[in-house]
Design a protein around this ligand. Structure first.
Ligand code: NAP
Length: 239
C-alpha cells in the first residue's frame, strides 16, 4: 500500500498544536501541500523550521476556527492559492476537566462548545461545498474517547466531543453519494508536552505518540480508506 499525497492539498486546523503538528509534518513528509491555522506565530515558525524540505509546501493562516466567516475566508484563500482542497483534518480543540457540573462556569462551558463543536461545524461547513463540487474529499475530525466515556468532572468536554461526533455522523449521512468521506477519530491521552507537564507521575510509555495517531489520520485520508465513511474510530491503542 502506497500512501502518496503529492497531488493533494490538506488543511490541518490546529496544525501547530500537540497533535496537529505531527499530523502536519506527516502530510508534508508524504508530499502534500499543507495549510495550517495558527494563533501564535512563533508556533507556526517552529513548525516551518521542523518541516525542512517540506517548508515550501507549507502555508500558515491566522484564523479563529470557531468563527464561521473566518473559516469560509480560510477555505477561499486555500482554494485561490492552490485551486483545490482535498483533506481537512480538524485538530482544534480544548480540554477542561476536574470540575463538577455545579462548579462549571458558563464561560468554560461555552469555551468547550466553541473549541470542540463550533470549530467542527465552521470548518466542515467551509470546506464541504468545494469538495462536493469536485466529487472528492476527506474530512477527519479529532474528537475524543470522552465522547463515549463520560467521566466525572468532564461534563462540558464530554458533551462537546459527543456532540461533535454526532455532527460528523449526520454530516456523513448528508454526504452520502457525493464522493466526500468524513470520519471522527477518538484519541485518549496523547503523549504531548502539555500532558507530560500536567501529569508528571504518569507512565508516558502507555500513551500513544502524536506521530502514531498521525499515521492513522493519513491512512483515513488516503484512498486506502475509501470504504471508511461515517465512522468514529478509537485511536488509543492497547498498551
Ligand atoms: N492531548 C490529548 O491528550 C487529547 C486527548 C483526546 C483528544 N484530544 C483532542 O485532540 C485535538 C488536539 O489536541 P492537542 O493535544 O493537540 O491540543 P493543543 O495542543 O491545544 O492543540 C490545539 C490547537 O488548536 C489551536 N486552537 C485553539 N483554539 C483555536 C481557535 N479558536 N482557532 C484556531 N485554532 C485554535 C491551538 O492554538 P493555541 O496553542 O494557540 O491555543 C492549538 O494549536 C483536540 O481536539 C483535543 O481535544 C487530545
Amino acid at each position: 500500500m502506497v500512501i502518496d499525497f503529492s497531488e493533494k492539498v490538506v488543511l490541518v486546523a490546529g496544525g501547530t498544536g500537540g497533535l496537529g503538528r505531527a499530523v502536519s509534518l506527516a502530510f508534508l513528509a508524504h508530499g502534500a501541500r499543507v495549510a495550517v491555522t495558527w494563533r501564535r506565530e512563533d508556533e507556526f515558525l517552529a513548525l516551518k523550521n521542523a518541516s525542512a524540505e517540506g517548508a515550501h509546501r507549507l502555508a500558515g493562516f491566522q484564523v479563529n476556527a470557531t468563527d464561521v466567516r473566518e473559516a469560509l475566508n480560510l477555505a477561499d484563500q486555500i482554494l485561490s492559492r492552490w485551486n483545490r482542497l482535498d483533506v481537512l483534518v480538524n485538530a482544534v480543540g480544548g480540554y477542561a476537566g476536574g470540575i463538577p457540573l455545579w462548579e462549571l462556569e458558563p464561560q468554560v462551558f461555552e469555551r468547550m462548545l466553541d473549541l470542540n463543536l463550533r470549530a467542527t461545524y465552521a470548518l466542515a461547513r467551509a470546506v464541504a461545498p468545494s469538495m462536493m463540487a469536485r466529487k472528492s474529499g476527506v474530512i477527519v475530525n479529532v474528537a475524543s474517547r470522552a465522547a463515549w466515556e463520560h467521566a466525572a468532572g468532564a461534563s462540558a468536554y464530554a458533551a462537546s466531543k459527543a456532540a461533535a461526533v454526532a455532527l460528523i455522523d449526520s454530516l456523513a449521512a448528508d454526504l452520502a453519494g457525493t464522493g466526500v468521506r468524513v470520519n471522527s477519530i477518538l484519541p485518549s491521552i496523547i503523549d504531548t508536552e502539555a500532558n507530560r507537564k500536567a501529569m508528571p507521575q504518569a507512565d508516558f510509555s502507555k500513551w500513544p505518540k502524536p506521530e502514531e495517531i498521525a499515521e492513522a489520520v493519513l491512512l483515513l485520508a488516503s484512498d486506502a480508506a475509501r470504504v471508511i465513511h461515517g465512522a468514529a474510530i478509537p485511536v488509543f491503542g492497547n498498551r
